[in-house]
Ligand binder design. Structure first.
Ligand code: KIV
Length: 289
């Protein structure tokens, strides 16, 4: 018998469908590097999104728009190395899929071949529905994203809730249904009134993951840096902070800085030593120079 532990079984789309069927909420969260991947794995989430929110949370851009395919691939590969069980979703950045089916396919294939993602996420309805259909027919599982779509936030009037009138709500629902018809495996719905999610959920066969969309979705997603209180920027109304990692981190670095300045760190136990005879020989050698 092998002494090695059995490898952890990766979740499948079938597992997500089973959760939807049984009413067990699906937990999704973002991660952007090796340690955050290990943390979310250990916490036992179901799906991990290397979101283009990385543009703001880890790369310091002021929106998600500037982040490049290469930057996203580097982060996504690091997450892949830290992840075993959850499904991994790669977020195709702005400008990397919209123009044609060929472009969408080429970009999605890079995320699958180079970063080992299980699914790719693309934003909006409209022409994105055609891109989704092309990806699905090429055998690539897709996550759609409707409601507030940050890549095109400017055309939506900024980072604000969508679907707040009956007409606007119907437009969001129609985008979602068109993406489902195109064959996407999962839908994310962001920043819409809970009434919109409640109306949409019964119309879907696929799992619906909400972010700022109320409690009627099949699961929830939040940004790692928001829920842990790492990101210094403002957070949306729907974010709940479960920790103050930024506060703990600043206090830790301040304590280190104080100890270095006060000569408290490093203490003898933090250093290496050499045998006294070698130290004496070194002193002699230096004296002879
Ligand atoms: O980029 C991201 O983190 C996202 C989530 C907010 C769904 O798209």
């Amino acid at each position: 018998m092998s002494a090695h532990a059995a490898p952890t079984k990766r979740l499948t789309l079938g597992d997500l469908a089973a959760k939807k069927q049984s009413g067990e909420p699906i937990v999704m969260v973002t991660a952007y590097d090796f340690p955050s991947a290990q943390i979310v794995e250990e916490a036992g989430v179901d799906m991990v999104l290397v979101g283009d929110s990385a543009a703001m949370t880890v790369l310091g851009y002021d929106s998600t728009v500037p982040v490049t395919i290469d930057e996203m691939l580097m982060l996504t590969k690091a997450v892949r190395r830290g992840l075993e069980k959850p499904l991994l979703v790669g977020d195709l950045p702005f400008g990397s899929y919209e123009a044609s089916d060929e472009l969408a396919l080429a970009t999605a294939q890079r995320f699958i071949k180079q970063a080992g993602v299980d699914l790719v996420k693309i934003e909006r309805g409209g022409t994105t529905v055609d891109r989704a259909r092309a990806l699905v027919s090429a055998g690539i599982p897709v996550v759609g994203h409707v409601g507030l779509t940050p890549q095109t936030a400017t055309s939506l009037g900024g980072y604000r809730a969508q679907g707040r009138t009956a007409d606007a709500a119907l437009a969001v629902i129609e985008d979602a249904l068109a993406l489902q018809d195109a064959g996407v495996s999962v839908l994310v719905i962001e920043a819409v009134p809970s009434e919109v999610t409640a109306a949409l959920a019964p119309l879907l066969r696929i799992p619906l993951i909400g972010i700022g969309a109320g409690a009627d979705a099949d699961g929830q997603v939040l940004v790692f840096h928001d829920l842990l209180g790492i990101y210094a920027g403002g957070v949306a109304k729907f974010v709940k902070r479960y920790a103050d990692v930024r506060g703990v981190s600043v206090a830790g670095v301040q304590a280190y800085a104080d100890e270095v300045r006060d000569g408290v760190y490093p203490a003898p136990e933090h250093g290496y030593s050499m045998p006294e005879a070698e130290a004496a020989r070194l002193r002699e050698m230096l004296a002879e120079r």
